[in-house]
Design a protein around this ligand. Structure first.
Ligand SMILES: [Zn+2]
Length: 111
């Protein structure tokens, strides 16, 4: 699968995650999605708050802000139902490495 094919698959998967979240009583806003390498550095290069090898630079990660009943939920545990759904459709959930709002698609061994 090319990077472009993987990016397009990831976007479709994110659509399914968003639909699942709303169907289960959650609401979301986007945190970081794409991190432009012109701002954050190329993959492997550290030039901002972003991790040097972040998948956000390759359009393969999104951070979501999670809400339920109008309340902003910030704990990794709050994201767990979404994270488990995300894993069930082939994604990697950041809650497995203390980054609970991070939803990605593994690429080149990176999450
Ligand atoms: Zn992230």
């Amino acid at each position: 699968m090319t990077l472009g094919q993987k990016q397009r698959k990831f976007t479709e998967m994110i659509g399914r995650l968003i639909a699942w979240a709303y169907a289960n009583g959650y609401e979301l806003t986007f945190g970081d999605a794409y991190r432009d390498p012109r701002v954050h550095g190329q993959v492997g290069q550290k030039s901002s708050y972003s991790a040097a090898s972040s998948l956000h630079k390759e359009r393969l990660a999104v951070d979501f802000n999670l809400f339920r009943d109008g309340r902003y939920l910030t704990r990794t545990e709050d994201h767990q139902p979404l994270g488990e759904f995300w894993e069930s459709i082939g994604g990697t959930w950041g809650g497995r490495f203390k980054d609970g709002n991070h939803y990605s698609l593994e690429h080149g061994g990176r999450k």
